[in-house]
Design a binder for this molecule. Sequence first.
Ligand SMILES: [Zn+2]
Length: 472
Amino acid sequence: MLFAGMLVCAIATRADKIVLKNGRQIVAYNVSEDGDKIRYETAAGELSIPKSIVDHIEKGGLMPVTESPASAAANLNINPPPMEATANAAEIDQAAVHDGAIDREYIARLEGEAHGGNAKANEKAALAHHAAAQFELARGDMEHALSDERTAITYLPEQPVLLMNVAYLYLKKSEFKQSIEYLERAKRVSSDNADTYKLEGWAYYGMNRPDQAVQEWKKSLALKPDVETQAALDKALRDKQEEENYKENESAHFQLKYNGAAQPALAREVLHTLETHYATIESELNYTPPEQIGVVLYTQQAFSDITRAPGWVGALNDGRIRVPVQGLTGVDSELSRVLKHELTHSFIQQKTRGRAPTWIQEGVAQWMEGKKSDENAAVLLQIYDGGQAAPLGRLEGSWMGLPGDVAQYAYAWALANVEYIVETQGMGDVERILDRIAAGGTTEDALKEVLRDDYGDLMRSTAEYLKKNYGR
Ligand SMILES: [Zn+2]
């Protein structure tokens, strides 16, 4: 975080707007609350005004991508219950996976024995495939884990733990319909397992069906208290309550909800703008998202109540595009830019099944909305040459906890790296990098395969690009 201090004046080029109750507006940097005062910086230095005269503050368009249902599901803290112990389960475990590898010969032998139709033999074959699946899951190999777990089910089609494991793997892959299919099968066999309802809640949430998610989570909590399920339920209920009075509209690729205070004409214009951007991004990234994209337009107050996002967040994308549109009657260039940025997140999220690191998400989203490094180049170079640039590996996770000034640096650096890739190699390389990330590889491996660069090489090339194109 060494770079934070020196960035404040240099990169804070995107100003916030303080709107007073009397209608006057103050354009300022680094607006913060301090007790009953609002502090801010202008060219004249640091100033403060009483909070009581401020109506609201419009933040300057920093837009993080937050956890989507897909990535929330991927990080679920859930352990499907262990399978009922049979006499030789531990023995089969050890025989199926040993010395850091799966013993396929052993598993094939058990399968051969199972083909006689003997119940005990079937169970042994299922347990062996289940052990293999657990081993593959632990190594992050979802495809093979799923394949082994599904094979296990062919030997024990009514074993709820196996059904839940398959459902869990589909959920992790954001394949929600398949997940629900297996959860329903698990329920038919055993209807009182809280985790089945918990997983199904997430699957419906991922499909943008919060009402059904709420039902499932309530059933889960009635069977067993669970902090994570309670938090998910609370968030969904906040959403539902807010949206109950919302109107709806839709277009070919979007489902839009908006507060009654907004004009239907604005909603139509937003949909039209989104469809235009959709066509552009679709051809740039050579990808069509399979699912309709949810969009919610809020008043400013509702936005912060519902999203609980840090104060510097302008709009966000947590699986649905959420945009505050307070006081707008039409789509201006700023709102159009925000919509394109957030829509890019939806494309990347679906293209990579929620696996894209934050720096690529934000870099590409800013590029798509039309940003260039411009005035940020000089300070980025200063930081890079001073050996203080954050390694891109550290910008892979969530940025929601970053202080505003550090986040500004992260955005600028993410854009610079993506700008370098697009300007020198073309958008095709970004597309190929995203495809490799989608396939399950690490981001750095994807860079090595497509650009023949590791993170260090990419940062060096980006610094050279900035020097050449923006001078010093
Ligand atoms: Zn963003």
